[in-house]
Design a protein around this ligand. Structure first.
Ligand code: ADP
Ligand code: MG
Length: 701
């Protein structure tokens, strides 16, 4: 494919990119629907639908040298008439091929019409996953092309698909559309950087990422796109930081002597003493909020370290000043729990605490809104509903998010600025982030770390159990229940489905509540329950009316029951280490000896090693680091928790040195633009929004 060089940069008209795919090539309405399922609406979406891997048709192997388990290409002759077997709507087509070095069996499932294409005596290129066992070769569902096809053999892209769409279809669309928009691809990299870094031209990069001539061209394309991606993301961080520096319209929260006394009394009335770290963090927050410059503070502390009380007291300081706080959490289960605690903690104070969820009734919402606009309610807690445009606050001063997406927070912060006022923000996170990374991506956030757990916390003992240990596990559960403790039993799925043998919560609930644990109060909690039912079960569990809680990962974050001493996690192999650590953190919150049992039927050494690592490590930071190392690039453990944009060509961990270098270039570039007035940073922000923003419902964050 020829690449037209970009002539100039001054046409900033990106509107072409918003055009639907059908403007550039023929697509049937049915296929349009399928593309939409892949989030491909515009032609720009299409060319940014990146291959996940490539079929290497150029590297033809001799059959005798094929390796077991790899995708490989061969060139061979059909030596037997293909045979087709049908069973209902299913079919199996098989034949034998030879290339003179050996023979191989090829099998296709449910592709009966290939029979006529594979005539005996014809030669083909085939590409697919090879099985080599006891000297026999087999290739399953290979792609094939006639050996005399004039197409150049090459690396063919393999795209993420949806049912009904083929690789050939997407390849065709990209091949047709891409050349038509080369000159409108938004190019944000400054020329001298492109030169200095020896990057290939943007159009060439797009051409080669989809249809690389060879491995070198592919590597060059990846380099360019990776560079641009990091440049863009880092520019966004830098712009945020700069914007914040110029802001000074948040409500200052001032504590006079009298308020400080009331505050101290509240602290003294707590059933425990604050740890040194908690005190320090609260002081940092209170002194940040005394300014008009909006606070942006991230509080990091491992599960169970006591972050909630820090948030609660920060909100109390705001309430004492007569202003309002909003606390947003990821699940309604967690919102309810926080609500109950805050309500009882502030029952003697002269303001109200309200809870707003998506499921809150319209009349209730109306009543809450009245209290918000009159200022009667000084603490509003809930899920995203708390940021509804219809909520009008009298004096919103503080936004707290517990385990929430950073970028979500930013957008909503902007939303709140409708009032023309900025807001102090406090982010609570249990997922630690490596320091070097934090310095770059959180450059605009101040950090508080809670490193010491409250005194008297037991170490949570963690054990592995196999499928055959089921009875022993139930014995351990019984023993805890007999002693009056409570138990979580976490399942990976809600209902059983035929395709997987994973344990389902509904099924297990049926079995255990009627069978082995019929003498106990067994509860069932999962995301598909009605909000009222969820709240009732959770409430029953927290008030000890339920002994054994069969649940899904809805309890992953935040749920706090100090009487729970055992958590059993079924199919533990399904989760990342950070998630297992979070789940484990549901126990060991009181003074009881606490145990976490990871159940797994998995046999792979790698999985067992990972699980054993959880057993022997109780430090969330170490586990997160391990997650990073074992989970391949592009799958950064904390991307979701931290709300960082998901990188496609780079990795927050392994590309750290590169990020540090690019970060310097970004700063210099933005300085230059803003000092010389030579241009604006609008393009950077706009492209960031286009690629990583919640653009038309697409959430890459
Ligand atoms: P997380 O940091 O995971 O959000 P929580 O805030 O839910 O942790 O606190 C876990 C438990 O520890 C709660 O039951 C809380 O009441 C308790 N807690 C918090 N601070 C202290 C403290 N200083 N001393 C004893 N217990 C505390
Ligand atoms: Mg918490």
């Amino acid at each position: 494919m020829g690449v037209a060089r970009k002539e100039s940069d001054n046409s900033r008209d990106w509107s072409l990119l918003w055009q639907p795919v059908r403007k550039y090539c023929k697509v049937t309405p049915h296929r349009i629907g399928l593309l939409e399922r892949l989030n491909i609406n515009t032609v720009y979406d299409l060319v940014n639908h990146m291959p996940t891997r490539y079929e290497n048709w150029a590297d033809i192997k001799a059959i005798s040298s094929l390796e077991n388990g790899l995708d490989q290409a061969i060139k061979a002759e059909v030596i037997r008439v293909p045979s087709l077997r049908r069973k209902g709507k299913f079919s199996t087509l098989s034949t034998m091929l030879s290339d003179g070095t050996d023979i191989i069996k090829a099998i296709w499932f449910n592709q009966p019409y290939y029979k006529d294409k594979l005539r005996k005596g014809d030669r083909f290129f085939l590409y697919g996953r090879v099985k080599r066992q006891n000297g026999f070769f087999e290739i399953v569902n290979p792609a094939f092309r006639p050996a005399d096809s004039i197409d150049e053999l090459s690396l063919l892209p393999v795209y993420p698909l949806t049912k009904g769409l083929t690789q050939a279809a997407i390849r065709g669309y990209v091949k047709e559309c891409l050349p038509q928009i080369y000159s409108s691809l938004p190019d944000i990299l400054p020329d001298d950087i492109v030169r200095e870094e020896r990057l290939v031209d943007l159009a060439e990069a797009y051409a080669s990422i989809h249809f690389p001539k060879d491995e070198n061209a592919l590597a060059a394309a990846r380099d360019r796109l990776a560079y641009e991606e990091l440049f863009l993301v880092l520019a966004e961080f830098s712009l945020m930081k700069r914007k914040k520096a110029g802001r000074n319209s948040a409500y200052p929260i001032r504590m006079d002597r009298e308020k400080a006394m009331i505050f101290k009394r509240k602290v003294d009335s707590l059933p425990y003493k604050l740890t040194v770290d908690q005190k320090r963090t609260i002081n940092e927050i209170v002194s940040d909020m005394a300014n008009k410059r909006p606070m942006s503070r991230l509080v990091q502390g491992d599960v169970g370290s006591g972050k909630t009380i820090v948030a609660a007291l920060s909100m109390y300081a705001v309430a004492l000043a007569g202003m309002q706080s909003i606390m947003m959490v990821p699940t309604s289960v967690l919102a309810e729990q926080h609500f109950r605690n805050l309500k009882s903690m502030f029952s003697d104070d002269d303001f109200s605490v309200d809870l707003m969820l998506g499921s809150t009734s319209a009349s209730e919402k109306k009543a809450i809104r009245e209290r918000l606009s009159s200022g009667r309610t000084r603490i509003l807690i809930g899920t995203q509903a708390v940021l509804s445009e219809q909520n009008e606050f009298k004096m919103p001063a503080l936004l707290v998010t517990d385990e929430q997406h950073r970028f979500g927070v930013r957008q909503r912060t902007l939303l709140l600025q409708r009032s023309g006022r900025d807001i102090h923000t406090l982010v609570m996170s249990a997922t630690p982030i490596p320091r070097t990374l934090a310095l770059i991506v959180y450059a605009d956030l101040d950090l508080s770390n809670i490193t010491t757990a409250p005194a008297g916390r037991p170490k949570i003992e963690t054990y592995l159990a196999g499928q055959s240990d089921e009875d022993r596990v139930y014995d351990i559960v019984s023993r805890q229940l007999v002693e009056g403790r409570q138990v979580y039993y976490v399942c990976p799925s809600i209902e059983s489905d035929e395709e997987s043998d994973k344990v389902s919560a509904v099924e297990l609930y049926e079995t255990l509540s009627k069978g082995r644990f019929s003498g106990y109060r067994v509860g069932l909690l999962h995301g598909a329950l009605k909000p009222d039912d969820k709240e009732r079960v959770m409430h029953d569990f927290l008030s000890r009316k339920v002994d054994l809680l069969i649940c899904t990962t809805v309890v992953e974050v935040g749920v706090d029951n100090p009487n729970a001493s055992l958590i059993v996690i079924e199919n533990a192999e399904c989760y990342g280490l950070a998630t297992l650590h979070q789940l484990r953190g549901r126990v060991g919150r009181g003074s009881y000896r606490s145990v976490c049992i990871l159940k797994s039927a998995a046999e792979s050494d790698k999985i067992m090693e990972r699980l054993r690592f959880v057993c022997s490590n109780s430090d969330g930071f170490v586990l997160a680091q391990k997650d990073l190392e074992t989970r391949g690039p592009g799958d950064f453990f904390g991307t979701r928790q931290h709300g960082l944009p998901a990188l496609r060509f780079s990795d927050y961990h392994t590309d750290m040195p590169k990020m540090q270098r690019i970060s310097k270039q970004v700063e210099a570039y933005i300085d230059l633009i803003s000092e010389s007035g030579a241009g604006s940073t609008d393009d950077l922000a706009a492209l960031f929004e286009l690629k990583y923003g919640a653009f038309r419902g697409r959430s890459s964050l």
